[in-house]
Structures are given as structure tokens and as C-alpha cells.
Write a protein that binds this ligand. Structure first.
Ligand code: SF4
Length: 289
């Protein structure tokens, strides 16, 4: 089962929840993979402290004429959905930052002149954290195209995952293409939210993303004792089950600041994670939590 842990905004506790779930299940002798897909600011490794097995540079394919002279049919320009290539007499201009490396322009060129060349945009790390399989993606500084890297780490981490393995994807915040790349493969999307007007506002966007992708969704309310009831009402109105509510806990904040697993320092937090984990497994089995 693949669970993506997502949120409409940053700072809701996505990494706290996803690393805790992965650790809990792995310590309970389940086969678990944790995937840090928040490639612009990955920090799951700070909590899980994996031993690195392999680091691989990740490349995307960019079209190039490789010294050929463009016949200016304009087919490449017409087919590109991202306005990333311009066809001019004798040449093409490729805007690397816009190119998604889909290869459509290469296929569309009637002369077959366009070829693909690789460009490195980041690194995928594979490791082990006491029996917990670990993956993370890190975007190169100054690089704009994060979505292909996120798709790459999701593919690498799930390609050999059998049916019994639990894959926990720590998705990037927001609802852009990069977040969708970490959510579209999930059997279940766990939305981490908080009961504040900001949380409620961004939760609406996250709910729309999950709905657009046709994903099954559940929610956990973090810092549940701070704020009002708008978030709960919204989730109830959309029939999204709330699997756990986690109140603010100073011990959790202190462990987080010291990059320790908060389950070690707060029994209340550990109980909430156990409840959340049970609710997720029940939902996955089609049982109401
Ligand atoms: S590879 Fe795809 S995104 Fe890039 S220029 Fe060609 S058509 Fe556009």
C-alpha cells in the first residue's frame, strides 16, 4: 500500500507524521519504505538518520539539434505543452527551465533532427534506517524543475515494492505539479492539517487536489487544541475521516528541535501515532476506522 502524506501548506507537521508512521511500522516488523519527496527541502533524514547505500545523480532529457540545421517546420513548437521550445529558421531555442523532458518535440520533428541530451538536476539517495528502507530526493541549488525529480524518486522507491510493503511518501507542501507527482500514485492520501484559518484555507486546496486525482483521503489534525472548529466542520462536510487529533505538546516540539523521534519523548504523541496507524490500515482494508 502506498500512502502519501500531504498538506496544502508547509509547517503542518507532514514530516513529523510521516517519519513517525514509518518508524512505528518498521519497528513492528512490517516491510516499510519511507520516501522523502519534498525535494526542495528534504529533512526526513534528520529524524531517521539512515545509513546511505547509494547516491545517484538524476538527469532529465533535454531536446537538442546537435549541430543540425532546423528546417523550421514548427512542429516541435506546436506540440510542446509547456512553451519550452521555439523553432526558427536554422535553429531551435530550448528553454531548459520550462522543459519537462517529455520527448514530444523529438517525436514531432518531421526531419528527425531533434535528439535528447541529459541534464543533471538533483540526487536520489537510497539508504537503510534500522530495517526501514529510506529514499530521498534533493534538488540541485538554483534548479527550477523539481517535478521530474519527484517522479523519479517515487518511481525508484515503488518499482519493486510488493503488495505487502507499506510505502510512506512525504509529499512536498502545496498543490502544484510537484505535490501531485507525489500523490497521484497513492492508494490513500493522508492530509495533515491544523485548526487555523490558514490550515482551513490550504486544506480546501489539498482536498481539491485529492479529488481531482480521484484519491481516497483521510486527515489528521495536528496541534488540534489551537484554533477553532472550522477545519473539523470542513472535513465532516466533505466526508473525510479524521483518524487522529494530535494536541500541541512541548515535549514533541523539543524533540523535533533536537531532530529526535518525538515518539521516544512523548507517550501521548506515540499513542496518537498508533491510533493513526491503525486507522490507516483499517481504511486500506476497506473497514471504517
Ligand atoms: S521535451 Fe517536451 S517539454 Fe521539452 S521542449 Fe520538447 S515537447 Fe517541450
Amino acid at each position: 500500500m502506498i500512502i502519501s502524506v500531504a498538506s496544502g501548506k508547509g509547517g503542518t507537521g507532514k514530516t513529523l507524521i510521516s517519519t513517525s508512521l514509518a518508524r512505528l511500522w518498521a519497528d513492528g516488523n512490517k516491510a516499510v519504505t519511507y520516501v522523502d519527496a519534498d525535494a526542495e527541502e528534504p529533512n526526513g533524514h534528520l529524524f531517521l538518520k539512515p545509513d546511505v547505500i547509494e547516491e545517484k545523480r538524476f538527469t532529465v532529457k533535454i531536446p537538442t539539434l546537435e549541430g543540425r540545421t532546423c528546417a523550421a517546420h514548427g512542429k516541435c513548437q506546436e506540440i510542446c505543452a509547456f512553451n519550452a521550445i521555439l523553432s526558427a529558421k536554422g535553429s531551435v531555442i530550448v528553454f531548459d527551465e520550462l522543459c519537462h523532458g517529455c520527448g514530444a518535440c523529438v517525436l514531432a520533428c518531421p526531419e528527425g533532427f531533434l535528439q535528447e541530451t541529459g541534464r543533471e538536476i538533483g540526487t536520489i539517495t537510497h539508504g537503510d534506517s534500522n530495517g526501514l528502507e529510506f529514499y530521498s530526493a534533493t534538488l540541485d541549488v538554483g534548479e527550477a524543475r523539481v517535478t521530474p525529480l519527484i517522479s523519479g524518486v517515487v518511481e525508484a522507491s515503488t518499482e519493486n515494492a510488493d503488495g505487502d510493503r507499506l510505502v510512506v511518501i512525504d509529499a512536498p507542501p502545496g498543490t502544484s505539479c510537484s505535490a501531485m507527482a507525489a500523490v497521484e500514485i497513492a492508494d490513500l492520501v493522508l492530509l495533515v492539517t491544523e485548526p487555523t484559518p490558514f490550515g482551513e484555507h490550504d486544506l480546501i486546496l489539498a482536498l481539491e487536489m485529492g479529488k481531482a486525482l480521484g484519491r481516497k483521503m483521510a486527515a489528521v489534525i495536528n496541534r488540534s487544541d489551537i484554533g477553532g472548529d472550522g477545519t473539523r466542520a470542513l472535513l465532516e462536510a466533505r466526508s473525510i475521516p479524521v483518524l487522529a487529533e494530535i494536541p500541541f505538546d512541548r515535549a514533541v516540539a523539543e524533540s523535533y528541535a533536537a531532530s529526535r523521534m518525538p515518539m521516544e519523548d512523548s507517550s501521548e504523541f506515540a499513542s496518537s501515532i498508533v491510533k493513526l496507524a491503525q486507522g490507516l490500515l483499517s481504511l486500506a482494508q476497506g473497514v471504517s476506522p
